[in-house]
Design a protein around this ligand. Structure first.
Ligand SMILES: Cc1ncc(C[n+]2csc(CCOP(=O)(O)OP(=O)(O)O)c2C)c(N)n1
Ligand SMILES: [Mg+2]
Length: 585
């Protein structure tokens, strides 16, 4: 076949392959049958991962990008298929991941005539996609695909291409416009790692050298700058605090880190934030402003996106640049600080915090505490495993008790904080990293939202181990209603599902545990299972994810909710008091 009689669908898939795309997450439909036929013919060169819900395709594409640094691609049919993609696409947009969404449309000459599935996805996606085009014919394909991919990669965001179903079959017919010179668009992307000017770096180094109590707040932009962040901490005798998406920037056993920050963070991180005199923000726009230091703390911010400089905190020196390269340049200019007092004080606090985590993780009373599950899981997973976490209280247990070490990777739905991301993240992670252990921590609410994707995991025999923290409630909202609002809980109870039995019905090994003494053994059985496995951990629904430090408003709200008729008040009070006593003893 000569290039002159290739169809739009053929040109599309060919160009994607030229860009190195070899995996597409998708669910079929009549609006994309033309593309599917070309995918069928090319199945040896490009893989279609069939999901059960298009939302999962978009989440999986986001995770594919997160866990590989490559472009994630998802494909959905016209109308409802495209609509289903939206939430996963917003997840990618909010966490800065390059994802290309391809969708179908109805016949080009019936658009706008109330025909079936006549839904202009390019209009619907105007907000989510930084680039959003409808393909008009064969000579339009290469240009649009090139442009879309370059924008996705360079802006780390979502792009969208829409193709009416009949146009997918159109062949080159001499309709190319004279102005559209052949080969004027190329499948070439040159990544840049910009570095700020010397003057800016000198100003930053000067400021850092004056700091006596330095905190480095590291986010996802610093994920490939582990050595540099550790060296910066060593030079400044500073403390590394990790935003959730930056949990894998440095290992959790580093003497410089206090782990996470925010509601799911640690008390020593909160203390360090309150006491520091200098803040270095490295690749983060961690959203919770109440956890930042006071505005008078002198701040340097490094971000690849100049539009993010000055967001969240008053910045004295802003450095627009790639974190790794910027830190490398900066490190050459810094003086060694010999005053270890701030770091040592923090390390003392961290010792106490770790003792608390250990005590919580090794409890043997019933009902089973969620911390016990996360603690044992952490100790037996591979040093290079990939961790995917769903959204809920479960995120707190993962953030606090899973200790990052070695080459582990960790992610969650960050800025969107969407539920249901866990399972599809695991699919994307597994597809991008064959042979690696994939660990997925879900709440029972988040898991049940897209539990159909367990069938996908079974179909492709992905080595995903799913731990479901089953408390039969939307746990996180329970504590929000009680502690933040002062309201008795409402609308949260979940009808229980036997997840182990469900797993087996999908052809996946299913385990269930409710005895703390059996947690490690059960988890090991699941981890040693070839292929996928599910562990349903029946945990105490009254175990609250208290912030590192609880403030007086939160305590007051808690009391108020109890007085106003919280239905489980005696169980909750009993559990909270028990925990308080344990911490004091
Ligand atoms: C798609 C979506 N819907 C609703 C929410 C609000 N929300 C955040 S956490 C949560 C509860 C999660 O429950 P579950 O998955 O059971 O986890 P748990 O908190 O019990 O550990 C809800 C409803 C959300 N973040 N995303
Ligand atoms: Mg739950």
């Amino acid at each position: 076949m000569t290039s002159s009689n290739k169809s739009v669908a053929e040109l599309l898939i060919e160009r994607l392959m030229q860009w190195g795309v070899d995996t597409i997450f998708s669910l079929p439909g009549d609006g994309i049958n033309g593309i599917y036929e070309v995918l069928r013919i090319n199945e040896a060169r490009i893989k279609v991962v069939q999901v059960r819900h298009e939302e999962a395709a978009a989440f999986a594409a986001c995770a594919y990008a997160k866990y590989s640094g490559r472009l994630g691609v998802c494909l959905a049919t016209s109308g409802p298929g495209g609509v289903h993609l939206l939430n996963g696409l917003y997840d990618a947009k909010f966490d800065g991941q390059p994802v290309l969404a391809i969708t179908g449309h109805t016949f080009h000459d019936l658009i706008g005539t109330h025909y079936k599935q006549d839904l202009d996805l390019d209009k619907l996606f105007m907000d989510v996609a930084a680039y959003n085009e409808r393909i008009m014919g064969p000579s339009h394909v290469h240009n649009v695909v090139d442009e879309a991919i370059k924008i996705a990669l360079s802006q780390r965001t979502v792009v969208h291409i829409n193709i009416p179903k009949d146009i997918q079959g159109w062949e080159m017919d001499g309709q190319r416009s004279v102005a559209n010179t052949p080969a004027h668009s190329a499948d070439i992307y040159k990544m840049s790692r910009p570095v700020p000017s010397q003057a800016e770096l000198i100003a930053a180094a000067d400021l850092i050298d004056q700091g006596k109590k330095v905190v480095i707040l590291a986010g996802r932009g610093a994920l490939d700058a582990r050595d540099e962040v550790l060296e910066l901490a060593a030079m400044t005798q500073g403390v590394i605090i990790k935003a959730l998406l930056g949990k894998a920037v440095v290992p959790d056993d580093s003497p410089y880190t206090t782990g996470g920050i925010g509601l799911l963070g640690t008390a020593p991180s909160q203390d360090a934030m309150q006491e520091c005199d200098t803040l270095i923000m490295a690749g983060t726009s961690f959203p919770y402003m109440e956890f930042y230091p006071k505005q008078s703390v002198r701040t340097i911010q490094i971000d690849i996106d100049s539009a993010r400089i000055g967001l969240r905190h008053k910045v004295e020196v802003g450095l627009t640049g790639d974190c790794r390269e910027t830190l490398r340049s900066l490190l050459k200019m810094l003086k060694q600080n010999d005053d270890k007092s701030f770091l040592e004080k923090t390390q003392e606090r961290m010792k106490k915090w770790n003792d608390i985590l250990y005590a919580e993780g090794t409890r043997n009373d019933k009902p089973l505490k969620p911390q016990v599950v996360a603690f044992h899981l952490s100790s037996i997973i591979d040093n290079n495993c990939i961790i995917c976490t769903d959204t809920g209280v479960v995120t707190t247990w993962a953030a606090r008790h899973i200790m990052v070490r070695g080459e582990m990777q960790f992610s969650a739905s960050g800025n969107l904080s969407s539920m249901a991301n866990g399972l599809p993240y695991a699919i994307g992670a597994a597809m991008a990293n064959p042979g690696r252990q994939i660990i997925c921590l879900c709440g029972d609410g988040g898991f049940s939202m897209l539990m159909c994707e367990l069938a996908t995991i079974a179909k492709y025999q992905l080595p995903v181990k799913i731990i479901i923290f089953k408390n039969n409630t939307f746990g996180m909202i329970k504590w929000e209603q009680i502690v933040f609002e002062g309201n008795p809980e409402y609308g949260l109870d979940l009808h229980p599902i036997d997840f182990a039995m469900f797993a087996r019905s999908c052809g996946v090994a299913g385990f269930s545990v409710n005895d703390p003494a059996l947690v490690e053994k059960t988890l090991r059985q699941a981890l040693n299972t070839l292929g996928p496995a599910v562990v349903e951990a029946n945990i105490d629904p009254f175990e609250a994810p208290m912030p590192g430090h609880i403030n007086s408003t939160q305590a007051w709200h808690f009391a108020e909710a109890m007085m106003r008729g919280e239905k489980d008040r005696w169980n909750i009070i009993k559990t909270v008091i028990k925990n308080k006593v344990r911490r004091v003893l």
